[in-house]
Structure formats: structure tokens, C-alpha cells
Ligand binder design. Structure first.
Ligand code: FE2
Length: 195
């Protein structure tokens, strides 16, 4: 029979069979753990930086509505820092921050918006809201991914903590959208017309 060897190619990708696969899985897991830990350090840096950046944004904002929303999110952010420390503890690692280039860029963008818009203008609030929403979206992507990885690795408690923060970020994003839609965008548009 010419095709007696036909079964061989099926097995050939891993001639060592299960042992090789098991090893590969183990390696993947430790790589994933390392990635998870590195991403935690990244977002830990980001949140800590936000606890410093948010008060500046709040101070620069024009409307009380936006000031209040930022203040509320600052309180949440402080809690989120603590939650991340709890996640580090759950994986048996020391909480450590590693500079997050993306968040640094987003914070800088917010600072330039403040510099480029007039003090007391509604356009400044529109800009701050946009900058803050970019931050929220970055965080939503990060926490969504981290929670998923935690679940995959069977770290249910860590996943719960990460999902809790994820929900807060989503809520903050929605609040900002509402503020923009209800008043600020419209008033900023009037501002442009009268100038
Ligand atoms: Fe956050």
C-alpha cells in the first residue's frame, strides 16, 4: 500500500507527541504570566500618573459639571490604584510601576489642549472631555484584556477586581459623553459663533 506512510505527516509536527506539547503549553503559560505582570505594571504607572494629572484637569475645567465628574473619577482612580496593588498581591508579586508610554502621551495631549484653549471657555471643556475619554478608552481596553487574561489563567479574584475597575472606567466614559452631549458641546458651538 503506497499510503502506509500517509499517517506520518499528521504526527510529524510534534514527533515527541504529548511531552513536547505539554512543554510548549507550560512555556506559553509562563510567558502569559509575564505579559500579565508587565501589563499590570504598565497600568499601575498609568493610574498613579492619573492621580496627579486629574487634579490639574479639574482645575483647568470651566464648568462645575465637568469639575465634579473629574473629582469623582479621581476618587475612583485612587481606589483603582489600591485594587491593582491587591492584584499584584494575589499573584504573589510586589506592586511595581513601569512607565506607560501610551498614557504619558495621552496625559501630554490633555496638557496641550489646556494650553491651547482659553481659560474659562467652553471649548476648553470640550477638549478636556475628549482628552479624558481617550484616557478612558485606553483603560477600558487594558482592563478588558487583563480581566480576560486573569480569567483564562484561573485567577478569578484578580479578574473580579479588574472587572470592577473596568465597569468604573466604562461608567466614567458614559458620564463624559453625557456632559458633552447635554450642554458643553452646544455651548462651545455658540461660543465660536459669537466670537
Ligand atoms: Fe482608571
Amino acid at each position: 500500500m503506497p499510503n502506509t506512510k500517509s499517517k506520518k505527516p499528521e504526527k510529524s509536527p510534534s514527533s515527541n507527541g504529548k511531552n513536547k506539547n505539554a512543554k510548549a503549553t507550560q512555556e506559553t503559560n509562563s510567558q502569559l504570566q509575564k505579559f500579565f505582570e508587565d501589563s499590570l505594571k504598565d497600568i499601575y504607572w498609568a493610574e498613579k500618573s492619573l492621580t496627579k494629572a486629574l487634579p490639574k484637569m479639574q482645575k483647568a475645567a470651566t464648568t462645575e459639571e465637568l469639575k465634579n465628574a473629574i473629582e469623582e473619577h479621581l476618587t475612583q482612580t485612587e481606589t483603582q490604584v489600591v485594587r491593582l496593588e491587591q492584584v499584584f498581591e494575589l499573584i504573589g508579586k510586589k506592586a511595581q510601576a513601569k512607565k506607560c508610554d501610551a498614557m504619558e502621551g495621552l496625559i501630554k495631549e490633555g496638557e496641550s489642549i489646556i494650553e491651547e484653549t482659553e481659560d474659562g471657555s467652553m471649548t476648553r471643556d470640550v477638549g478636556i472631555i475628549m482628552a479624558a475619554q481617550k484616557v478612558e478608552h485606553y483603560e477600558i481596553a487594558t482592563y478588558g484584556g487583563l480581566a480576560q487574561i486573569a480569567t483564562t489563567m484561573g485567577l478569578d479574584e484578580a479578574a473580579d477586581l479588574l472587572n470592577e475597575t473596568l465597569d468604573e472606567e466604562k461608567e466614567a466614559d458614559e458620564i463624559l459623553t453625557k456632559i458633552a452631549e447635554n450642554n458643553i458641546n452646544w455651548e462651545a458651538e455658540q461660543e465660536t459663533e459669537t466670537e
